[in-house]
Design a protein around this ligand. Sequence first.
Ligand code: PRP
Ligand code: URA
Length: 216
Amino acid sequence: MASQLRVYVPDHPLIKHWLAVSRDVSTPTVLFKTAIAELGRWLTYEATRYWLPTFETTVQTPLAETAAVFINPEIPIALIPILRAGLALQEGAQTLLPLASTYHLGLVRNEETLEPSCYLNKLPEKFAPETRIIVLDPMLATGGSIMAALKMLTERGADPALMRVIAVVAAPPALQKISELYPSLNIYTAMIDEQVNENGYIVPGLGDAGDRAFGT
Ligand code: PRP
Ligand code: URA
């Protein structure tokens, strides 16, 4: 059976709360960044369920031997924050996955054409075959940036079926583009908003995520 893009919007009060904080125009920069980091933490928690490779063994407690499950340290986990705003999501994700490697990818949209360009690429030349990858990009709007990121990742051996994309807000144009090229992908987002306006901003969205996270 052909795979189909899965978009999860976890029904969790902490996710709803921090989304509301991030959307509020009166939220100051320091709290906005906290909100995005918290969303990074809770969306990563949801996205790693049934996904992190584990192995079964036994441990000796002070009283008896018992069955135990550990995260498999031999399978690499990679976090890919899309700069700038993805840095705040990565901060939260890393609290749950302290041993994950972080490969930064700097993409910026041209404000007129909305086309992304890459100004920083810290990706490895090749990912090991089983690598679990989490791409962190707060806004999936026209989809230009995430599609550019996914292209660069798959060119380096990343398997979309083993990837998770974490976003704060996703919009239909981005989801449509992803589903056409990467149907085996799983996306975890706090909300799907209906529209992208003529300037490429998600409505209602949360405004410019990078500017709000870094006070620019
Ligand atoms: C924002 C956002 C996404 C991108 C989404 O980044 O963080 O990466 O726009 O838009 P798209 O789906 O239409 O490509 P931006 O280019 O503004 O850079 P910044 O994070 O440095 O502000
Ligand atoms: N990038 C943002 O930061 N916000 C949007 O609404 C769309 C793209």
